[in-house]
Structures are given as C-alpha cells and as structure tokens.
Ligand binder design. Structure first.
Ligand SMILES: Cc1cc2nc3c(=O)[nH]c(=O)nc-3n(C[C@H](O)[C@H](O)[C@H](O)COP(=O)(O)O)c2cc1C
Length: 131
C-alpha cells in the first residue's frame, strides 16, 4: 500500500468483527512496534496479551464502572448535544465495548528506575514517551 494512501485512509476503529486475529499477525504488529525509537536504545519492554473474555472482563472492570453512571446523560446528549458532544456520546460507551470485543488486547509494559511516577524533569518521562 502506498504511504499516502495509508495515511489518508486511517480511521479510528471502535467496533470489531467477531473474528480472531492470528498469532502470526500479533507477532508482526509487536515486531513492527519494536522498530520504534527509544530513549535508551534498550527497548526494555514486555507485552501481556489478553485474549480470553474472562481475563479482559477482570482487567477492565474499572473501565466499565467508570462509564456506567454517565450512560443516561450520554443518551440525552445523543438527542440534543452539539455535533462534538454527540461524537463524544457515541465514543464513550465504546471505551469499554472496544476493549471487551477486540480479538486481543496488547498491554505494553516498561521497566524504569528513572522516576516516571515522581518526575524531576521532562526527560524523566522518557520511558513512558518511548513506549
Ligand atoms: C492523544 C489522543 C488520545 C485519544 N484518546 C482516545 C480515547 O481515550 N478514546 C477513544 O476512543 N479515542 C481516543 N482518541 C482517538 C480520537 O478520538 C480520534 O482520533 C478522533 O475521534 C478522530 O477520528 P479519526 O482518528 O477517525 O480521524 C485519541 C486520539 C489522540 C490523538
């Protein structure tokens, strides 16, 4: 595919087909991600892949709780919101459904002893920015 065609056709996707992504494709995606530059050249990253529904439900229980109280407001927003608010109302419940319905969830982890949680400068955040 042409580079510009890929750029112009890129879209956010929040609904998925009920189709398993092959392991080989996952490996290819992670391998492509590992070509990204990192601040320390180490790519000291690990990936946890969730594919079972129960594992995803357990991992994302707090996301579910977070969107539930807002659902009634969102329904009303879909009727009388501004175009921007309507887009938000469409996207909000999908913060959970897209995680649960995706074939796989790739959780990237990084090791850091340079103070990402207590940054002393912008560059303390480099491990986070890299990943
Ligand atoms: C920094 C950043 C954060 C984003 N965060 C979210 C998010 O939390 N949830 C979500 O559904 N989309 C998120 N998006 C996706 C945007 O909402 C999306 O790109 C926008 O709806 C425009 O759609 P398009 O990508 O198809 O042009 C984020 C995008 C960016 C650049």
């Amino acid at each position: 595919m042409d580079l510009y065609e890929a750029i112009y056709n890129r879209r956010i996707v929040r609904d998925f087909k009920d189709k398993k992504v092959p392991e080989e494709t996952l490996k290819r995606i992670i391998d492509a991600g590992l070509q990204a530059p990192t601040h320390d050249h180490l790519r000291n990253w690990e990936f946890v892949i969730l594919k079972e529904k129960e594992d995803k439900e357990r991992a994302f229980q707090f996301v579910k709780q977070g969107i539930e109280p807002t659902l009634e407001i969102l329904k009303q927003t879909l009727v009388d919101g501004t175009p921007q608010q309507k887009m938000y109302a469409v996207a909000m419940p999908r913060q959970y459904s897209m995680l649960i319905n995706a074939s796989h969830i790739i959780l990237p982890f990084f090791k850091s002893n340079s103070g990402v949680m207590n940054p002393t400068s912008v560059s303390s955040l480099n491990p986070l920015s890299s990943i």
